[in-house]
Ligand binder design. Structure first.
Ligand SMILES: Cc1cc2nc3c(=O)[nH]c(=O)nc-3n(C[C@H](O)[C@H](O)[C@H](O)COP(=O)(O)O)c2cc1C
Length: 160
């Protein structure tokens, strides 16, 4: 069975809401999903997953320190994440305000791990991942679900 890890940082609940929607989408697509806070993610969690979806609030145009700490700790799984699928989601308080730079900061780490990076599907805009303004609404949650399903689908194909 395809395993998807959804890891998120969230202080006031916005990003956690999006994380749950990503997880539901991956589950509905048939994956076994682990959804947990970035601080609780272990090296074993990273290695066990076929698809990794990381989400963070925008803090000064970048991921939170908690998410950056997970990214930095992932060096312990260097060479073990090759060819896993990676995707990202963010929430921010401003209509521009750094959502894309935050998405790309997460995706850059995945590229360094030689992962296969995917963006959100064309139905949701087809860019760098899911980005919600403030508290995610129904459309954001639907988009997050489609991202989760896309990661599960592609991870399944790569797993063969
Ligand atoms: C320290 C700090 C820095 C922030 N910096 C930005 C920012 O640069 N751009 C932005 O759009 N929102 C910024 N925000 C707002 C949060 O990204 C936004 O409220 C987010 O949805 C919070 O997510 P959470 O509910 O999952 O904690 C910042 C919030 C905090 C606390």
């Amino acid at each position: 069975m395809v395993q998807v890890l959804v890891a998120y940082s969230s202080r006031t609940g916005n990003t956690e809401k999006l994380a749950r929607a990503v997880a539901r989408g991956a589950e509905d697509a048939g994956a076994a999903v682990v959804c947990k806070r970035a601080a609780d993610v272990t090296r074993d969690d990273l290695i066990a997953a076929d698809g990794l979806v990381f989400g963070s609030p925008v803090y000064f145009g970048t991921p939170t320190a908690e998410m950056k700490d997970l990214i930095d700790r992932s060096v312990g799984a260097r060479r073990k994440l090759r060819n896993k699928v990676g995707a990202a989601f963010v929430t921010g308080g401003h209509h521009t305000g750094g959502k894309e730079t935050t998405l790309l900061a997460i995706l850059m780490a995945f590229l360094i791990h030689e992962m296969v990076v995917v963006g959100d599907p064309i139905e949701t805009g087809g860019h760098y991942g899911i980005a919600a303004l403030g508290t995610p609404g129904e459309d954001d949650e639907r988009a997050a679900g489609l991202l989760g399903a896309r990661v599960a689908d592609i991870a399944g194909r790569l797993k063969g």
